[in-house]
Design a protein around this ligand. Structure first.
Ligand code: FES
Length: 137
């Protein structure tokens, strides 16, 4: 039997499309780990808040994960960018790497919707994380 836990993160209206994200914490292998959710093209996505380049959180100001056009997520430290809906890195630096995607669901509609993180004992990720081995010269 799979053990499932569901954690409420925020209200749906707290996530503006391509706007500020909401930070929260999850436990991975016994360690409290930062994570975040964002809304992009109407859907909600969540990731571990850790860059694939170095072990840094992405947001340059709390909750600011999108670059200025609102098309991509960006790491504030060295500017690596990611697709908001997949977590795939699309810059040369760290190309082929992925943010660690979380299982996020939105239940309800309009002002009554709520965002949840669904965690199973088989893992928190629905995509296999691929870390980058590039370093800056
Ligand atoms: S730590 Fe994120 S781009 Fe370098």
């Amino acid at each position: 039997m799979i053990d499932i836990s569901v954690v409420q993160i925020c209200r749906g209206v707290d996530l503006v499309d391509r706007g500020r994200g909401v930070r929260f914490e999850i436990e991975i292998d016994g360690h409290v780990t930062p994570a975040f959710v964002i809304r992009y093209d109407g859907a909600v996505f969540g990731y571990v808040n850790q860059c694939v380049h170095m072990s840094m959180e992405l947001d340059w100001q709390e909750g600011e994960f999108f670059e200025k056009t609102g098309q991509y997520l960006i790491c504030a430290t060295h500017g690596v960018i990611f697709e908001p809906n997949t977590g795939r890195c699309v810059t040369d630096l760290c190309s082929g790497s992925w943010l660690r995607k979380l299982n996020i669901v939105e239940r309800g509609t309009g002002a009554d919707s709520v965002i949840f993180f669904v965690q199973t004992d088989t893992g928190t990720s629905i995509d296999v994380p691929v870390s980058c081995d590039h370093s800056l010269s």
